[in-house]
Write a protein that binds this ligand. Structure first.
Ligand code: ZN
Length: 509
C-alpha cells in the first residue's frame, strides 16, 4: 500500500465510527425509550474515546507524514491533497488540547445541560449561573490551548467556522445592523396589521407531513437514501450520503412550524445527499474536531443551504403562487376563504418577538447578534455571567424593542450555552448572508432560473448547488467556496438587498 492509501484506510475506519455515533444520536432523539439514556451515554462515551485516541495517536501522525510525502506536488485543489491538509489541521489542534480538559468539558456539559433543563422552566438563572461560569472558564482554557492572536473567541470559532474571527463578525454585524434596524423600525412604526389567524387552526399532523414531504421530494430529497421522522427538536443527520435523515416537529395548532421546518432540514439534507460519492468514508466527510460525520464544510455553510431552501425558495411569492392550491387541497376547511396573497403575507409577517426560533427573517439576525456579542464578552472577560440577565433585557430593548418578562423567555431560552457551545450561534447569521450570495451567483450562472423555479423545476438550482458546493464536501473552506462560486468573500450586500426588496414590497412606506 502507498502512504496515502494507508492514511485513507485508517480514516475510513474513523469515519465508520463517527457514522455509528451519528446513528446512536439519531436513535436517542427519535426512538430511544427514556430508560435507555444511561447506557446509551456509556456507549457514546466509549465510541468518543475510541475515536479520540485513534485520531490523536502517534500512529496517525506517522500516517499523515507518509501521506503528505506522497501527495506533495499534486494539484493543490485535489481531494487527496485537501483530505490530507484538513486532517493535518484538525490533528494539530486536537493534539494541543490536553485530554484532562476534554474530559472536564464533557462532564461539565452533561451537568450543565441537566441543571439548565431544571432552571429554564423554573425561571431560575441564579441556579444555572455557577455551571455557566464553570463552562466559560473551561472554554477560555480551551481557547488558550488551541491558541489565538487577537481574541479567545477566534480559537473557538476554528471548530465551527474556519475563516471567521471576532473582528470579522463585529464588522459584519455593524453592516447588518445598519441595514436591518432602520427597516425594522419602519415596519414597526408603520403598524400595518397582517392577518394570520388561519395559521392557528387545527391542522392534522399526517397531512402536514404529506404536503411537506411532497415538496421536499420536488426539491430533490431522495427517499431511497433518506427517511423522515418526528422529534421534539428538528434536525438533519447523515451516516454517509447513502443515508441522510431528517426530522420535523408537528404542532397541530400552528401549521407553518412543521412545514417550513421540513423545508429547512431538506436544505441540510440536499447538501449531504449531494456530496461526491468519491468522498464517502473519507476525511472530507469527517469532522474530527467536532467528532461528527458530516459532508458540509462549516456550520454556517450548512445553514446557508437550509435557509436558501426554506426562505429564499420556500417563503417566496412565486413558490406559493405555484403550491398554495396544493396546500389548500390538503386543508380545504382550514384554508377556506384564504387566498394566496394573504397566505404569502402571513408566513412573512414581521413582529419583534422574544423567542429566537420563532423569529421572522427581518428580526432573526438581531437575536443572533445579541447572543454572539455576549459570548465574545464572556470569553474576553468584559461581560460577567452575573450580569447576563440584565444585559439580555437591555440588548433586547435596544435591538428589538421588546423586553422578556422572565429569564425563561430571555437568557435561559436556548440550549447552546448549557453545553458550552460558544461559537455556534454565528452560523445562523452567516448562513443567511451566504444564502443570498449563492442565490445571486446561481441567477448569474443559470439562464432563466427564476422562471424554472416559478414553474416548480428545482433541478437547475439543485444541480448548480451540487456542482459548486455540495459535491465538494469539506474540501474547501467557506471563504474559498464563496470566492470560487461568487467571485468574492463573505459580504452582507446581497442579503441586505434581498431583505429590502422583499420587505419594502410587503410593508410599503
Ligand atoms: Zn439548520
Amino acid at each position: 500500500m502507498s502512504g496515502y492509501a494507508d492514511f485513507a484506510a485508517y480514516v475510513a475506519e474513523l469515519n465508520d465510527l463517527l457514522c455509528t455515533m451519528n446513528i446512536l444520536t439519531w436513535d436517542v432523539r427519535t426512538q430511544m425509550p427514556p430508560e435507555g439514556s444511561w447506557t446509551r451515554g456509556q456507549q457514546l462515551a466509549t465510541l468518543t474515546r475510541l475515536v479520540q485516541e485513534r485520531f490523536a495517536s502517534d500512529h496517525m501522525g506517522r500516517l499523515l507524514d507518509a501521506a503528505e510525502a506522497e501527495v506533495r506536488g499534486e494539484d493543490a485543489d485535489s481531494y487527496r491533497v485537501r483530505a490530507v491538509r484538513s486532517t493535518r489541521d484538525a490533528y494539530t489542534i486536537v493534539r494541543r488540547v490536553p485530554a484532562a480538559l476534554v474530559g472536564e468539558l464533557a462532564v461539565q456539559r452533561a451537568v450543565g445541560q441537566r441543571v439548565w433543563e431544571e432552571a429554564k422552566p423554573a425561571n431560575d438563572f441564579a441556579r444555572f449561573a455557577p455551571n455557566l461560569k464553570a463552562m466559560v472558564g473551561l472554554s477560555r482554557e480551551l481557547a488558550d490551548a488551541i491558541g489565538y492572536v487577537a481574541h479567545p473567541y477566534d480559537a473557538l470559532l476554528l471548530q465551527y467556522e474556519p475563516d471567521m474571527s471576532a473582528a470579522r463578525l463585529t464588522a459584519l454585524f455593524d453592516d447588518l445592523k445598519a441595514g436591518i434596524l432602520p427597516l425594522l423600525k419602519r415596519i414597526v412604526d408603520g403598524g400595518q396589521p397582517v392577518a394570520a389567524d388561519f395559521l392557528y387552526r387545527t391542522y392534522p399532523a399526517a397531512q402536514q407531513r404529506a404536503f411537506a414531504l411532497e415538496i421536499a421530494r420536488q426539491f430533490g430529497y431522495d427517499l431511497q437514501r433518506g427517511r423522515v421522522d418526528a422529534s421534539a427538536h428538528p434536525f438533519e443527520i447523515s451516516f454517509t450520503r447513502q443515508d441522510v435523515r431528517m426530522t420535523t416537529r408537528y404542532q397541530e395548532n400552528y401549521m407553518p412550524g412543521a412545514v417550513f421546518g421540513l423545508f429547512h432540514e431538506t436544505g441540510h439534507a440536499l447538501y449531504e445527499q449531494g456530496v461526491d460519492p468519491a468522498l464517502t468514508r473519507s476525511a472530507l466527510t469527517s469532522d474530527f474536531l467536532g467528532q461528527y460525520a458530516v459532508g458540509g464544510v462549516s456550520f454556517g455553510t450548512h445553514e446557508s443551504q437550509s435557509r436558501l431552501w426554506e426562505n429564499q425558495i420556500g417563503r417566496s411569492r412565486s413558490f406559493w403562487q405555484l403550491h398554495f392550491a396544493r396546500l389548500q387541497s390538503y386543508f380545504p376547511e382550514q384554508l377556506a376563504g384564504v387566498d394566496v396573497e394573504q397566505f404569502y403575507r402571513s408566513v412573512n409577517r414581521v413582529r419583534p418577538s422574544l423567542i429566537r426560533v420563532e423569529a421572522d427573517e427581518v428580526t432573526y439576525n438581531l437575536h443572533i447578534m445579541l447572543r454572539v456579542e455576549i459570548e465574545m464578552g464572556l470569553l474576553d472577560g468584559s461581560i460577567a455571567v452575573d450580569d447576563l440577565s440584565e444585559l439580555w433585557r437591555a440588548k433586547m430593548t435596544e435591538y428589538l424593542g421588546v423586553v422578556p418578562p422572565t429569564d425563561t423567555e430571555g437568557v435561559l431560552q436556548d440550549i447552546h450555552w448549557s453545553s458550552a457551545q460558544f461559537g455556534t450561534f454565528p452560523a445562523y447569521t452567516i448562513g443567511n448572508v451566504m444564502s443570498a450570495q449563492f442565490m445571486q451567483a446561481a441567477r448569474r450562472d443559470v439562464a432563466g432560473l427564476d422562471d424554472e423555479l416559478a414553474a416548480g423545476n428545482y433541478t437547475p438550482l439543485r444541480e448548480w448547488l451540487t456542482a459548486n458546493i455540495y459535491r465538494h464536501g469539506r474540501a474547501f473552506s467557506p471563504e474559498e467556496l464563496l470566492q470560487r462560486t461568487t467571485g468574492e468573500g463573505l459580504t452582507p450586500r446581497p442579503y441586505l438587498a434581498y431583505l429590502r426588496e422583499k420587505y419594502d414590497e410587503l410593508y410599503p412606506v
